[in-house]
Structure formats: C-alpha cells, structure tokens
Ligand binder design. Structure first.
Ligand SMILES: [Zn+2]
Length: 704
C-alpha cells in the first residue's frame, strides 16, 4: 500500500530520513514527537530487578540517541529497544536525542520494587508492623496451625498470641526474623482478631498488631455453591486443579483473604475464590453424592458417559498415560455403582470401571477403543447427572485431498479492541490485536484452499469477545481444531538479550500435545526466528477440552526487528503457512493412523455420521435380585431401570461388527506420510476382502 498521507505528513514534519512505509504496515499514525517511549509506562511499578527494558521510537533514526548516558541503537524505521540498569525506588530513564546539534530530552519515571529490607537495627529496638502474620484475614479450624511471623530487632525474646489465647514464644530463625506455630485445637473459637506480638527488651516490651485478622472456628462447616465459571486451586493462590461447574456444592473449611479452602476428600483440599460461590445457611448438610448407575451412549461424534450422582460435586478429568483411557475423579462422593449399562450402538467406549479410590473420592476409569483417537471431551451436568461427552477423531478426507478438507478450524486472533492500548505494543506502536488478526486473516485463505471451514472468533478486528465466549464459540460452531494466534511481549526485569527470542507454542491438555508439537515443527521449518520450545501453558483458550487446542506466540512485538517483520505481509504469510502446515501435518498423522486401523473397525451404521438415538437398556434386573454386596437394583436418573452389568454381553447379541482390531505392537508400521497408493491398496483390501477380524492383544489393565 502507498504511504498513508498522515504518515507521510508526520515523517515530513519530523524531517525523517526513514525508509518509506512498506506494504503491510499495521502500526497507527505515529506522533511527530522527537522521542516516544511506549514501555515502561509512566509510574509503572516493576518487580525487584537489576535492569529493565525500554522501547519506543525517535523521529530521526540517524540522530545520536542515548538513555542515561548509554548510546542506544536505533533501527532505520526509528524503533529502539534498550536494556539498562535500574536501581530500587523511583527511577528515571533520561532519553536524549541529538537533532542537528540541538539536544531533545525526555524523562520516563518508574518505580523499582525494593528488595527485602535488611534486618532492623539492634538498638533502638523496633518491630516492623507490616511484617506480622497474618497479613490478610484467615479462618482456621481444628487441626490447622496458626503461624506467627514477625520482623524486629535481632537478639530479643519475642512472643505472639491471638485474642486471649496463651502466648506463643517465637524462635529467631534468622537475625531479626521471629517465627512460631500454634495448633488449633478441637472446639476452639476465637476472633476475628488481630494477632498481638511483643518484643521483650530489658524492662520494656514493644507491641504490635497484625494487619490481617484471624478467626478460629469450631462450628459446622459452611457449604458453598458455585455460581459461574470457577477454578479450584491446589493451594491459596496456587496452580489450577479443577474447574467446578455451576451448582457444584463444596464444604468450606477455612479462609485466607479472598479465597475459601474447601474439602474435596479427607486427603484433598482445594481453594476457590469467595466471589465465585454463594454460602448456604449454617446447618446445610455437606455434599455427599452417591455414584449410581453409569450409562454409555453412542453420540454423533463419539460417545457419552452419564453418571447418576444425586447432586453436583467437584470432579477432575485426567487422560491416562495410556492414550485411549481417561479417569474421572468425583469428590465428596461414595461409590454405589451396581450397574453399568453399555449402549450397543457405541463402539468408542470399551469399558467403564469404578473404584472408591479414597474416602470421599470415586475414580471412574473409561477405557476407549485404542484404534480411535480421543479428540476431546466436554463435561456438563444434566440435573444431578454428570455427562462426559467423549469425542473421537473426525473422519478425515482420503489423500490426495488435504486432511483438513471438511474440517472446521477455529482461529482465534488474540486480544480485544477495548484492552488494545494496555496490551503488548511494539516500539512503533504496532498493536498485538491488529497483528494477530492480520495473521488469522492470512491463514483463512490457506485453509479454504485445503477445503477446510475456518471460523474466526473475532470475525472482524473491531469485535469485542471475551475469552470464555471464544471457547464457547469453538464448541458451538462444532470446531474440529482450535488455534489461538498471539504474539509475545518481554517480561519486566528480564534482559531481552539474555536468550534467543522467537516463537513458542503452548498446549495444556495431553490431547492437544500432538497438535502443538506439529505446529512447533512447522514453525521450525518455515519461520526464520529462534524457537523457544514447546510449552505447557495454563492459558484459558489452551484449556479447551472439546478439541485439540494450541496457542502460538509467533514473534515478539517488543523487539524492533520482529515488530518490523510482523508489519511485513510476506512474513505474516509465512506464519500463516506455518500454522496451516502444522495443522495439516497433525491431521495427516491422524489420517495415517486411521488408514492403518480405522477402515477395518468402522462398524456398520453405528459409528457412521449422524446422531444415534440413545439406546435403552435391553433388560431390567428383577427387583428381587440379590440384595447382598451388589445391593438392590437402582433406578437410573432417567427413570430407566438398569440391568446387571454382566448381563450385557451374554444376553444381547453382539453387534455385527463390534470392536476394532488392535494389532499387536509388532504389527504397527512406523508412522509415515500418507501414501496414496498404499492407502488405496489398503482400501481395496478392506472393500473386497472378507470381513476378517483379528483379535488384538488385550489392553493393559491399569488401576484407575
Ligand atoms: Zn497475546
């Protein structure tokens, strides 16, 4: 495209000798100011660090430019990026541009968080009141420890107490650092109150109170019910552990600041944001779901497993090491499954087993046909029954067509107009959302050419869409695969020159790992930037379970050379080729697997396209059936009585083609690119030969 008139005007006004704007530039109108600093922003607070990066642009790239006395290299387009030492407290970057002998200056002020303070002086003795624990409000119960911590002058006797409880002497673990622990005993009630600490020195004692208040609670625990999208963390403020669905009930056992501790089983606790739950009136009984009848159903794209529970409880879904098996763990539960009913139209689920894994925790292990790839899953509640939709790999077009043919590929250009100003921005002002969108638009025609249906979560660059809506849209539009498109930014306090920087690919769930790996390889092949490795990343869009999902960080917005590349249509086309190529090779590998295994296994009718009505259990266990260990036959949540699990295979005639062939490991060919002739020959064999069925090696049993 031609130089926009406004940009030309700006360049002329500033007397710039910069190269004319190239086709594909995405950055907006640049200010005519001689020095523009885009990062760090004014008054930004950065973590304790020895240095910080600073970036922006200058009006004349040929003019000598320095920051805090250090000469800074400027790109021909005016962009600069520098890494400079900083000092704790308020710090100023003083930028100087020497324009024809006339120096123009610009100051950018930031705050560098000071490192932990040194020990307090011995005399006069003092307490650092800000150091007292708890720093935020906490609620503890019997069995917990009340921790005391204080920073004060070294070499003294120190003690703390909560309300009128006994004093606890503290030990000086390091000069000036005092610590102590006190057990919360059964039946104890105290607070809410601040913790009082004393420092004894000679004939006087100093006293201080904690900022946070502690409460000791011995009453019945309160029950919380999850309101919307929520996360259970492994500890207060720690990593994600589970995603309880709305209506899930949880027993609260403590509180730290804005997080509630909940008990999932006597050996497992989680933490949830208090704003994500409603607390039910005191005296509400804690959740205790009974794991009841389990049904499997054939579905349009795989199978569903429905578990009767009686109430909504927290759960986790884990793909096992064996790729074709997953384990659903249900918490606050007791196992009472006497019946597991398999839909004879379903060929995906091979077996379901359950086990009371620990008190309060039931593991349901679902073993799938190893010839079919688990493509994704989606858990939802239908009333009080948990439904786990399991998706098998889509049927892929035979070669020579692209394996992408007929697939819905969800492309997710990251970020939103509303937050664009605060998002990662390049030295010339290039916004990440614009680049992400331009790359997605470049991928679109490549996918169309291969016969795929691309769906953009942000169909136009001005559309505002939340992260939750993006994943919801991917599921609603029946996406087959999901790629979120982003570009990277530098981290405050980290030297950009310390390591090579380029692209990285993120995945979260194991079923997305092959996609991420293929994308990474494709980037390695096509993108002329250093690779920063394949990464596990706890990113919301990458946490999508319903289909393979990956997030690409193509290049660094902050690095001038890379910003320049991202403004080049040819480079964006290369990124698009890398994304399309990665998708294609990922799917080609799946197609190769399908061509080796699947045609032999495709059941007549059942696994064909189109929804299959859920089968009713064929037989009902008599009401008088054994009342021993197995218990009485139970009525399923759908009102159907279920029959004994063992009756299924013997009573009902097996479907004409029930199970897949699972070749012994030695028979598995080394994966290679799909070869049309080989595939055609295989197909011929399948179509003309008799329907011989080989019995595969029995699947390795694994405890759930
Ligand atoms: Zn981003």
């Amino acid at each position: 495209m031609a130089i926009p008139f406004w940009l030309g005007a700006a360049l002329l006004a500033a007397g710039v000798k910069a190269a004319p704007a190239a086709a594909g530039d995405l950055y907006p109108q640049r200010s005519t100011a001689p020095i523009i600093v885009l990062h760090p922003y004014e008054r930004q607070v950065i973590p304790p660090a020895e240095g910080e990066f600073i970036l922006g642009s200058v009006s004349d790239p040929t003019a000598p430019f320095s920051i805090n006395g250090t000469t800074v290299a400027v790109r021909p387009n005016g962009a600069f990026l520098a890494w400079l030492p900083v000092s704790p407290g308020t710090f100023t970057f003083l930028c100087s541009l020497d324009l024809k002998g006339e120096t123009t200056s610009y100051a950018r002020n930031i705050t560098v968080t000071p490192p932990p303070p040194p020990p307090l002086p011995e005399k006069p003795s003092a307490i650092d009141a800000d150091s007292l624990w708890p720093k935020t409000d906490i609620v503890l119960r019997a069995g917990d420890w009340l921790a005391f911590r204080m920073r004060a002058s070294p070499g003294h006797e120190a003690r703390c107490r909560l309300a009128k409880r006994p004093w606890q002497d503290l030990r000086e673990s390091a000069p000036g650092n005092y610590e102590g622990l006190q057990a919360v005993l059964s039946g104890e009630e105290a607070g809410p109150a601040a913790v009082e600490c004393q420092l004894k020195g000679g004939w006087s004692a100093l006293r201080a109170f904690s900022r946070g208040q502690a409460t000791l609670n011995s009453g019945p625990p309160l029950v919380a019910v999850v309101k919307g999208n929520a996360v259970l963390r492994a500890g207060a403020g720690a990593g994600y552990m589970a995603y309880p669905l709305p209506g899930t009930r949880l027993v609260t056992t403590g509180r730290q600041n804005s997080e509630l501790r909940v008990s999932l089983s006597p050996t497992l606790e989680g933490w949830i944001d208090a704003k994500d739950v409603d607390l039910l009136p005191a005296g509400t009984p804690p959740p205790r779901a009974v794991v009841d009848v389990i049904h499997t159903y054939a579905s349009e794209r795989g199978a569903s497993v429905r578990i009767g529970l009686g109430e909504r409880v927290a759960f986790t879904v884990d793909q096992d090491d064996e790729p074709s098996s997953l384990t659903l763990r249900l918490y606050n539960c007791v196992g009472h499954t006497n019946w597991i009913v398999y839909d004879s139209n379903d060929t995906f689920v091979e077996e379901v087993r359950w086990k009371q894994e620990t008190t309060g925790s039931v593991a349901v292990r679902i073993r799938l046909d190893p010839a079919m790839t688990l493509w994704g899953w989606q858990a939802s509640y239908e009333g009080a029954s948990l439904k786990l939709d399991l998706r098998r790999a889509p049927s892929l077009a035979p070669a020579p067509a692209s394996p992408l043919k007929g697939l819905t590929v969800v492309l997710d250009p990251g970020h939103n107009p509303a937050s664009a100003a605060a998002d990662t921005t390049g030295p010339l002002g290039t916004r990440e959302m614009d680049v992400n969108f331009a790359i997605a638009k470049a991928v679109e025609p490549l996918l169309l050419k291969r016969g795929a249906f691309p769906v953009l979560t942000r169909p136009s660059n001005d559309v505002e869409i939340s992260l939750v809506e993006r994943t919801r849209m991917a599921v609603e539009r029946k996406g087959d695969v999901f790629v979120s498109i982003h570009n990277n930014g530098l981290t405050d306090g980290v030297n950009p020159q310390a390591s090579a920087r380029g692209f990285s690919i993120f995945y979260y769930h194991p079923h997305s790992l092959p996609l991420a790996r293929h994308l990474y390889r494709s980037y390695e092949k096509l993108v002329p930037l250093p690779g920063e490795n394949l990464r596990y990343g706890n990113l919301m869009v990458a946490r999508l379970t319903a289909m393979p999902a990956a997030l690409v960080e193509s290049a660094y917005m902050h690095i001038p050379e890379q910003e320049e590349k991202l403004n080049d249509q040819a480079f964006r086309d290369k990124l698009a080729e890398a994304i399309a190529g990665g998708l294609e090779s990922f799917l080609a590998e799946e197609r190769a697997k399908q061509s080796r295994l699947k045609p032999l296994t495709r059941p007549k009718g059942a696994a064909a396209k189109g929804p299959v009505p859920a089968a009713k259990p064929a037989a009902i266990a008599p009401k008088t059936a054994g009342d021993g260990a197995a218990g009485k036959p139970r009525v399923g949540k759908n009102g159907q009585k279920s029959r004994q699990p063992t009756a299924k295979k013997s009573a009902a005639p097996a479907p004409a083609v029930r199970k897949s062939v699972r070749p012994a490991p030695a028979e598995l060919p080394i994966p290679q690119a799909p070869d049309q002739k080989r595939q055609e020959a295989a197909l011929d064999e399948i179509l003309s030969g008799p329907e011989t069925k080989k019995q595969g090696a029995p699947a390795q049993e694994k405890k759930p």
